[in-house]
Design a protein around this ligand. Structure first.
Ligand code: SF4
Ligand code: SF4
Length: 338
């Protein structure tokens, strides 16, 4: 057999293996799955400039691991490929969360069970199966838990394009998705039929125009102004010039996704009930928001009980009470009481 025929045969075998891995991910319930080569970021200069401008706010841990983020092989030196997966946590056109007096809005991804657990449980199961079939190969799972530029690799793995709001957008599913993946030494390659998505933002600027804090410039978000950062990551008091703009968001913000035309309603809906809002009588039905007065009265035990199993447990008692106080003040101001 000539060398090129041998190479073609080897490529074919790698594609067969890659297809089998992708099919297994889909069978595990992931809405999207793909593979890409494990290679350094193509946007290193942009990432370095983002940190240099202080757009990460007080998230010093991001800056500390800044260089690691640029090359996933620094996380797993043996890695040759990345398996990237996505869950859809809300359907396109999802109408919640709505503004309601006395309730602080919560970003959709935190309405149900904690996505870190949901995604990593399946990634670990996949890793264990692959180790059993390919002893000696190396794997490392990630889901917001390793310095990996998840969106860039997701784009390379055919899961969508990165919009001007910096989120991954899939032409059929929209952007209400969460990412995870496995770094692996297995020689996986993108199968030839794996989709590649062009940028479909075009001349649209809806997310830039709608962002309450003006945090978005095309393809870049100033995290230090983003409500998600202000309510979830920042431990210090909210900067005075941004307090009113936070409105009634108490954990995260979905505005730049709500206005995106690629999240407009379609008939298909997310079907994983674990991402559905958790029913809780104390908070007037499904947990699309939190009762502000109740949160202000929470003890450490209340917080632990109410946020158990939720991504919202990232917010400390002090942070969630601060957010509730800000949301209440903004609702009163909007109602002309303050
Ligand atoms: S999450 Fe909210 S504050 Fe952050 S960039 Fe999007 S619209 Fe702006
Ligand atoms: S709102 Fe428009 S510009 Fe922003 S991400 Fe969606 S399509 Fe792109």
């Amino acid at each position: 057999m000539g060398e090129s025929a041998e190479n073609a045969g080897q490529r074919e075998r790698m594609e067969v293996l890659s297809r089998a891995v992708i099919a297994r991910c889909r069978a595990m319930g992931f809405a999207l799955a793909g593979v890409c080569e494990c290679s350094p970021s193509e946007h290193a200069e942009h990432v370095r400039a983002w940190f240099a401008q202080g757009r990460h706010g007080s998230m010093a841990y991001l800056a500390r691991l800044g260089e690691e983020r640029l090359d996933p092989r620094r996380v797993l030196p043996e890695a040759r490929a990345i398996i990237v997966v996505a869950d859809q946590y809300a359907p396109r056109g999802d109408a919640s969360p709505v503004k309601r007096d006395g309730v602080g809005r919560v970003a959709r991804y935190a309405h149900g069970e904690d996505y870190h657990v949901l995604i990593k449980d399946r990634l670990h199961a996949l890793r264990d199966e692959l180790i059993a079939e390919h002893p000696g190969e190396h794997f490392r799972a990630f889901c917001d838990t390793a310095p990996i530029l998840e969106r860039e690799h997701a784009q390379r793995a055919g899961l969508g394009w990165i919009g001007k709001n910096t989120l991954l957008i899939h032409p059929r599913l929209g952007s209400y998705t969460l990412l995870g993946g496995l770094l692996t030494s297995l020689p996986l390659v993108p199968p030839r039929e794996q989709e590649r998505h062009e940028d479909h933002c075009g001349s649209c600027t809806r997310c830039i125009d709608a962002c309450p804090t003006g945090a978005i410039s095309a393809y870049s978000v100033d995290a230090s102004r983003c409500i998600s950062y202000l309510t979830i990551e920042r431990r210090e008091p909210t900067p005075p010039d941004l307090r009113e703009k936070v409105s009634d968001w108490i954990f995260g913000c979905d505005v730049c996704q709500e206005v995106c035309p690629h999240n407009a309603p379609v008939r298909a809906a997310a079907d994983d009930e674990r991402y559905a809002p958790r029913v809780n009588d104390a908070y007037r039905g499904p947990r699309r928001g939190l009762d502000l007065l109740a949160v202000l009265g929470w003890t450490a035990e209340d917080r632990a009980r109410e946020l158990r199993g939720s991504a919202m447990k990232r917010a400390t008692l002090e942070m969630i009470r601060r957010n509730a106080a800000t949301a209440m003040e903004n609702q009163r101001r909007a109602a002309g009481e303050a």
